[in-house]
Design a protein around this ligand. Structure first.
Ligand SMILES: C[S@@+](CC[C@H](N)C(=O)[O-])C[C@H]1O[C@@H](n2cnc3c(N)ncnc32)[C@H](O)[C@@H]1O
Length: 263
């Protein structure tokens, strides 16, 4: 089937100018840790230089460079890296342009606005409880501003809701996406409930894409919830978040189409 309308600039994501502001995942706490380590290492280097201990000063210098690299990787993953990954994942979905997409735990809308840009004749709904400790400056208003800045406000709907209790009828969405949100639910039972909710609101034949630290463990729950084509794959270096070799996984799944009744 032909796409129903052109993809907007926000939908093209990585190839379009970045107009929204999406904050830092994990709030400022992660960056503060990098900063404190840097201060400690700088102090050690200065102390070692005064005491003429060149080996210690060199070690502290190398440590400082490693931590600075790690902080840069974290900032890259939380910003351009995440957005580039999702542009690719949304490309892979090959949307027509009239689908209804749900983003569970949309935060400031980094993924939501990109999905919205691909469904100019559809709808992109973001649900969240907008916790600031999970993303800096997190709020429904910030998501709204980003949707406006990226010219997709008309397609976007924002809903205050917990992932464990989605306020939608069964089979409401063609696609459900979620980025780094479900693992913020502390208990395994709550995470499983959120996953079952995601499946419940998918229409038969609908597709699910979840990028999350815990995605590898979600596969079994999704199979139990009746999904087919459940697969887990590690994403590339863009998801290192400051730890080289740490690849955040993606889980993909499909809600099977209802069996056609025989004549
Ligand atoms: C690290 S942020 C990621 C935000 C967004 N998906 C992104 O990738 O930019 C995690 C998000 O999950 C949301 N969240 C945490 N627990 C939630 C819950 N029980 N229901 C809905 N959203 C939740 C937080 O408020 C936050 O917006």
């Amino acid at each position: 089937m032909e796409p129903v309308a052109a993809v907007t600039a926000a939908g093209r994501g990585g190839r379009a100018r970045q107009r929204g502001r999406y904050g830092i995942d994990g709030g400022y706490a992660g960056l503060a840790v990098f900063g404190l380590i840097e201060v400690g290492l700088a102090g050690t280097a200065a102390w070692a230089a005064r005491r003429r201990k060149p080996a210690v000063a060199a070690l502290a210098g190398v440590g400082g460079a490693v931590v600075a690299g790690s902080a840069a990787s974290y900032l890259y993953s939380t910003g351009p890296g995440k957005r580039a990954i999702w542009v690719q994942l949304l490309d892979e979905l090959g949307l027509r342009g009239d689908e209804h997409v749900l983003d569970v735990g949309c935060g400031r809308g980094a993924v939501l606005v990109r999905a919205a840009g691909r469904v100019p004749a559809g709808r992109a709904v973001g649900v969240d409880v907008w916790r600031r400790r999970d993303q800096s400056g997190n709020s429904r208003a910030a998501a709204e501003r980003n949707a406006t800045a990226e010219d997709v406000r008309e397609q976007v709907e924002l809903v205050d809701a917990d992932a464990r209790h989605l306020p939608f009828a069964p089979a409401s969405f063609d696609v459900v996406v979620s980025s780094l949100a479900i693992s913020n639910i502390r208990d395994a039972g709550g995470r499983a409930q959120a996953l079952r909710e995601a499946v419940r609101v998918l229409r038969p034949g609908g597709r699910l894409r979840i990028v999350d630290d815990g995605a590898g463990r979600y596969a079994a729950v999704l199979r139990d919830a009746g999904c087919t084509e459940v697969a887990v794959r590690p994403l590339d270096w863009r998801t290192w978040y400051g730890l080289p070799g740490h690849h955040i996984p993606l889980v993909t799944a499909t809600r099977p189409a209802e069996p056609t009744s025989s004549p």
